[in-house]
Design a protein around this ligand. Structure first.
Ligand SMILES: NC(=O)c1ccc[n+]([C@@H]2O[C@H](COP(=O)([O-])OP(=O)(O)OC[C@H]3O[C@@H](n4cnc5c(N)ncnc54)[C@H](O)[C@@H]3O)[C@@H](O)[C@H]2O)c1
Length: 354
């Protein structure tokens, strides 16, 4: 049984639902937030979950194995390092850190502590992505040609009333860092790393510092081409993903926050037959979805049966892509990955004068 402290009772409340779906694996012992009433509401008054406003005391509690950081982005790196130094395993919300330099220092801290850090990309977990991965593993997808991604969500002034949001200092980025990062993780989960990106961004929807619209063109290391369209000014929230391979096309529905749990179409392309595709879809292994699926994979990894978890390398890869994207925006041109530690952007992308 892994004993957990959740730090931050906003999205932290959704984790609690995920942990409760896995009662044989996790026990949430503490909900920690500076806002005690918010923490209390998040637990629904559960008498088995202690409420705390004292992060230091939570980290000093020897009975806690895993600290789940659901704090605003500027606190991710310092609190994750603090938790590792206190001997805890760490789950940390996206964006895991605010630069490649921080990513590498976090990796060093994890190695020094002997503990694990799991960045969060729960959108990957669900039957449809498991099916797509199974089709790839079975050799039916074949050569990847193109992918198209849409993160078209709606966020208004109420959403940006939370002070850290929409600011370079508090959020470290806009829709590319905070929202489309999930679709971009799925892109890399399916097709591997990005080799080149050209990005256009603008702030067209809300009165904020950071971008809320973007158009990206990407070349993957495996040669596939991808496009990503992002806005926070859509009429309704939709996420749509489409992958065209030599042997099939995989197409999501439009469920915004759980694309892997949506009903996808997998359309065979000759000489691959629909019967071959359907046989793999039927057999694709799948346990839990969303946060529960993510946490199930974390528990497997902590028990020495890893392979399906989000790794720190995956988190670093997401930060490397964001770095190259903002570099492309600021330099107005295509950028090649990987980003070197000699790059001016290695220590961050936040513009001096936004
Ligand atoms: N994975 C996802 O789908 C998803 C969805 C939403 C948010 N997020 C991420 O989760 C993080 C938190 O987002 P949110 O929307 O829940 O933010 P939020 O501002 O609503 O909640 C953060 C909470 O942290 C608390 N807090 C701040 N400093 C603290 C401290 N020192 N000790 C204890 N508590 C402290 C605040 O009181 C607040 O209740 C962000 O990084 C965001 O990007 C991820």
């Amino acid at each position: 049984m892994i004993r957990v402290a959740i730090i931050g009772a906003g999205i932290g409340a959704e984790y609690l639902t995920g942990y409760r779906a896995l009662p044989e694996r996790f026990q949430v012992a503490v909900m920690c937030d500076l806002d005690a009433a918010r923490a209390e509401t998040a637990t629904g008054g559960d008498p088995d979950i202690a409420i705390s406003g004292d992060l230091e005391a939570v980290l000093a509690d020897a009975s806690i194995d895993l600290v789940d950081i659901c704090l605003p982005p500027h606190l991710h790196f310092p609190v994750a390092v603090q938790a590792l130094e206190a001997g805890k395993h760490v789950i940390c919300e996206k964006p895991i850190v605010r630069s490649l330099d921080e990513a590498d220092r976090l990796q060093a801290a994890a190695e020094a502590s002997g503990k694990s850090v799991f960045p969060v990309f729960q959108y990957r977990y669900g039957r449809a992505i498991a099916q797509l991965k199974a089709l790839q593993a079975a050799g039916l997808a074949g050569k990847p040609y193109v992918a198209s991604l849409e993160t078209h969500w709606n966020r208004d002034a109420d959403y940006y009333a939370v002070p850290w949001r929409g600011t370079w200092a508090g959020e470290s980025g806009g829709a590319l860092l905070g929202h489309a990062i999930h679709a971009h993780d799925i892109l890399c989960h399916v097709l591997g790393p990005v080799a080149e990106v050209t990005a256009l961004t603008d702030t067209r929807v809300n009165d904020i510092e950071t971008e809320d619209c973007a158009a990206l063109a990407l070349r993957m290391e495996n040669g596939a081409l991808a496009t990503s369209s992002v806005t926070l000014g859509a009429g309704e929230d939709t996420t749509r993903l489409r992958f065209c391979f030599a042997g099939l096309t995989a197409e999501s529905g439009s469920a915004p926050y759980a694309p892997a749990q949506d009903a996808w179409r997998f359309i065979a392309r000759a000489p691959v037959t629909q019967a071959e595709v359907d046989a793999v879809l039927e057999e694709a292994p799948h346990r839990h979805a969303g946060f529960a699926g993510y946490l199930d994979a974390v528990a497997d990894a902590l028990e020495g049966r890893g392979g399906n978890e989000v790794t720190l390398a995956d988190g670093r890869r997401s930060i490397e892509l964001v770095t190259a994207i903002y570099q492309s925006v600021q330099d107005r041109g295509p950028k090649l990955l990987p980003v070197s530690s000699e790059s001016a952007f290695y220590r961050g992308w936040i513009p001096d004068q936004p």
